[in-house]
Design a protein around this ligand. Structure first.
Ligand SMILES: [Zn+2]
Ligand SMILES: [Zn+2]
Length: 311
């Protein structure tokens, strides 16, 4: 598993970024904005089948945090739309990471959508790589040091964010992003997964580090075991105790937090620099997640991708 000098505090740019991105519905809204060029409230609402109040909350949070701009649809017009800012457009790698994981691990026999790299015509698969050596990310190859000392505030906000069922996220159409987000899209599940990547395995350790109520923790762990992301196994030398370990399917989720860390480092880091220093062990360089096409080895931006719904 990951090697570390100081175990990071539970606060890091992932957590701050996740306060902004906020959960499963946010990713679905971002999918509409990034891939379908949706800007109008009613179109987001119809395409997703999301409750108006929830949609309002998501869009307001994205506007408040500079991901979207709420401005007139036409110059001088009265009707307004929600437009992605440059910071918002830069969430593409996080969306692709979520999409790629859903395609690979939760496709249930049919892949609902396809992303193509326009420049070479190949599908964008396993497209999150080390920005230095361009190889795919294996969490076992990334070590980290934390510069965080203080515990973050605002964990209460997370407690209020609810788990959203996959069926609800896919109400209007099936989506790999929805499937990924049904697995890690609620903030608690996301934080638990992150703790797993830090090497945390025991129930009491999760509880202590996350200040999470034991019933919430138990439900989330059970759900992730059922989803095949975690597995339980007896603790060596203490066979009456068991611990939670990431499966291969769970390890593959790592690309999602890595893209969010890279985004947070770029857009949210203040004068103190990034809170978490990642090193890619195979190449020995500082690790930053990058979106790059496997087939032609080019970096990919939003203008270079074509999104197609297949079902
Ligand atoms: Zn590398
Ligand atoms: Zn390509």
């Amino acid at each position: 598993m990951l090697q570390h000098e100081n175990l990071p505090d539970s606060s890091c740019s992932v957590e701050r970024s996740f306060e902004i991105l906020g959960g499963a519905w946010t990713f679905m809204v971002l999918r509409e904005a990034l891939f379908e060029d949706v800007v109008q409230f009613d179109n987001f609402q119809t395409n997703l089948g999301i409750a108006r109040e929830s949609l309002k909350r998501v869009l307001n949070r994205l506007v408040r945090n500079g991901v979207m701009d709420h401005r007139p649809l036409a110059p001088g017009g009265l009707r307004k739309g929600y437009f992605l800012t440059e910071q918002g457009r830069d969430l593409l790698p996080a969306l692709v990471a979520a999409l790629n994981w859903g395609q690979m691990w939760a496709s249930e026999g049919e892949v609902p959508e396809c992303l193509t790299h326009k420049n070479c015509g190949h599908p964008l698969e396993q497209a999150i790589v080390c920005s230095h050596c361009h190889t795919n990310v294996d969490p076992r190859d990334v070590s980290f040091t934390s510069r965080i000392r203080n515990r973050s505030k605002g964990r209460e906000k997370f407690a209020k964010m609810r788990y959203v069922e996959q069926a609800l996220l896919e109400r209007q159409q099936p989506s790999s992003i929805a499937r990924t987000m049904a697995t890690i899209g609620d903030p608690w599940s996301f934080l638990i997964i992150r703790e797993c990547f830090y090497g945390i395995r025991r129930f009491d350790a999760f509880q202590q580090r996350l200040s999470i109520a034991s019933n919430i923790l138990a439900t989330r762990l059970k759900r992730m075991v059922a989803a095949g992301v975690l597995q339980t196994q007896p603790v060596v030398d203490q066979p009456h105790l068991f611990e939670y370990r990431l499966t291969e399917k769970g390890l593959a989720l790592y690309a999602v937090p890595l893209t969010i860390i890279a985004w947070g480092d770029k857009w949210l880091t203040g004068a103190n620099g990034p809170p978490l220093i990642l090193t890619h062990k195979p190449c020995g360089h500082a690790f930053s997640a990058e979106l790059r096409c496997h087939s032609c080895d080019m970096t990919v931006t939003l203008d270079d991708v074509e999104y197609q719904v297949l079902t």
